[in-house]
Design a binder for this molecule. Structure first.
Ligand code: B1M
Length: 209
């Protein structure tokens, strides 16, 4: 089977077709790793690029991500069996006082699409929870999302909490969300600002390498 077909169906958001094709590829004896990389991840990476370039928008990304998740669910047990490790582990949440989660969820999906394990700690997350999760789960990166000018300041509190817990030099911190800028990232001493989900995923992969 041509794995390009899986990539194309994923980009079109055809979740049921992706599921059928992934099962077919498994039945034909292809390795889960190959199906993941050349079918699902290759499709998701094209979606990420198109989203970054404003060629497609949030609804298309969400349906593609749903297709990706359905295909990945079939592969997950096989990957675990084969001992394929995620390329890194990050935790992500929307900061305290802030309930916006659409952007965060997109970032999470893109990161998973790049092969990272993502611990989603939800919305309205206290600085200490980001830090404790990173410690407990052994995350290489903490990702903070904020959509309100009144809550973006919490990101500086997360950095302070990382310093207090003694993990600031061991764990990277990435920040994002509509009101956040690169200048703000530098001002508070975070490690990276990325304007969209695709570039956030690329940066996190680079940090985990
Ligand atoms: Co709210 N809201 N909202 N809202 N809301 C905004 C953000 C606002 C700009 C609307 C406006 O006034 N024009 C405004 C903020 C003003 C400001 O602070 N400057 C606002 C306000 C004021 C409020 C309330 C205070 C309204 C009220 O109750 N009076 C209230 C606050 C509640 C709270 O959080 N405590 C509120 C509530 C809500 C809803 C619940 C109704 C709903 C949220 C639903 C949900 O998320 N489940 C909502 C929505 C939907 C919006 C708008 C319309 C859309 C936000 C969105 O999802 N965008 C928004 C107006 C707008 O932006 N046009 C608005 C799509 C999403 C894909 O983009 O989140 O930017 P975004 O994510 C991008 C990037 O930013 C980046 O990647 C994503 C994908 O490319 N990114 C990251 C995001 N997080 C990242 C993390 C990273 C990296 C990249 O980590 C490393």
């Amino acid at each position: 089977m041509d794995l390009q077909e899986i990539s194309l169906k994923l980009q079109a958001g055809k979740a049921k077709d992706v599921k059928i094709l992934v099962q077919q590829a498994i039945d034909e004896g292809m390795s889960a790793q190959t199906i993941l990389e050349e079918g699902l991840l290759s499709g998701m990476s094209i979606i990420g690029e198109k989203f970054k370039n404003n060629e497609i928008f949030v609804p298309e990304v969400l349906v593609a991500a749903r297709a990706m998740n359905m295909g990945a669910a079939l592969l997950k047990p096989l990957l675990v069996e084969a001992g394929v490790k995620a390329s890194g582990k990050v935790c992500i949440g929307t900061v305290k006082g802030d309930l916006h989660d659409i952007g965060k969820n997109l970032v999470k999906m893109m990161m998973e699409g790049k092969g990272l394990e993502v611990i989603d700690i939800g919305t309205d997350v206290a600085p200490e929870t980001f830090v404790q999760t990173a410690i407990d789960e052994g995350c290489q990166v903490i990702c903070c999302s904020a959509l309100l000018t009144t809550t973006m300041g919490v990101m500086a509190d997360v950095i302070k909490a990382m310093e207090d817990a003694g993990i600031r030099d061991k764990v990277k911190i990435m920040v994002g969300g509509a009101p956040v800028t690169d200048a703000y990232c530098q001002k508070i001493g975070a490690d990276a600002y990325t304007p969209d989900a695709a570039s956030a995923a690329d940066k996190a992969v680079a940090f985990c390498a």
